[in-house]
Write a protein that binds this ligand. Sequence first.
Ligand code: UDP
Ligand code: MG
Length: 313
Amino acid sequence: MNKISIIVPCYNEEESLSQFYLETKKAVASISEATHEFLFIDDGSRDHTLDILKLICCKDPNCRYFSFSRNFGKEAAMYAGLKHANGDFCVIMDADLQHPPKLLADMYHAVSKEGYDCCAGKRIGREGDGAVRSFLSRSFYSVIQKLTHMNMSDGAGDFRMMNRTMTDAILQMQEYNRYTKGIFSFVGFETKWLEFENVERAAGNTKWNLKSLFAYAFDGILSFSTAPLKLPGILGVLLFLVACCLGISSLAGSLVSHQAADNLTLILTVVIFLSSLQMMMVFILGEYLSKDYLENKKRPIYIIRESYQGKLP
Ligand code: UDP
Ligand code: MG
């Protein structure tokens, strides 16, 4: 019988945790073809989250918890959960019931019967999120798609059920600065999308503010794109063209008027020309840096989905 591991990052979720557990337990228990386990990751909560987890785990032998020594962030919590999960299928869920447990049965069907490696929830609508946050989030995803050429769309979050092959591929990505949405896209695999309406969290508050969202967005771009390192190159070429135009126009002007070009234009041309050279040198350094940066991440060079190698004689 297959086993589903439900991974739940929790940070100060005392208000919603019990309700989450009850509703999700009901939903997963209704999948008769699979057993399940819950892995709660207490990400250094300062409220009674850990006490509630202890109570849940005391009563339900299918529950385990891991409590971090401090708040390491949701990315670290998801990684820890995936690392300790031993199910054939792993699903990541938020503890605030914003990921509807009723989708679990359809997700399981997609990954166990329909041949998909992953079935991911895609949130439609943004009720409950502020207008500014919605706008910034949409803008961010359109920028990151263009910079990385990877499929990271607004609404496609961490709520997804994956088979063991995909889970292991994600665990092969050992990078410290984890941006899981990018990692899902990087490892590939066949994904089915299930749309669900956005709902407000069951209780408590979001852990994100504008500052942390900006930092997260910046992290995402830096983790999966070296495009910003190309900016000095673009600027260098532009400055070079400006210097050429200035130089040519002042030369032409002095030929027509039979007078030497004025000193200010000459100085400006030389300064802009030298700046363009500097920018191009910075660009070359950036190119070396980006190669080294990607080497350091030690990402897998390829990921095999399935293979046939014949029988040994
Ligand atoms: N979370 C976490 N560590 C953090 C922040 C959040 O484990 O540092 C968990 C949180 O408890 C929740 C999930 O990540 O289960 C999503 O967090 P939140 O609801 O605050 O994010 P939002 O839904 O607003 O994007
Ligand atoms: Mg939430």
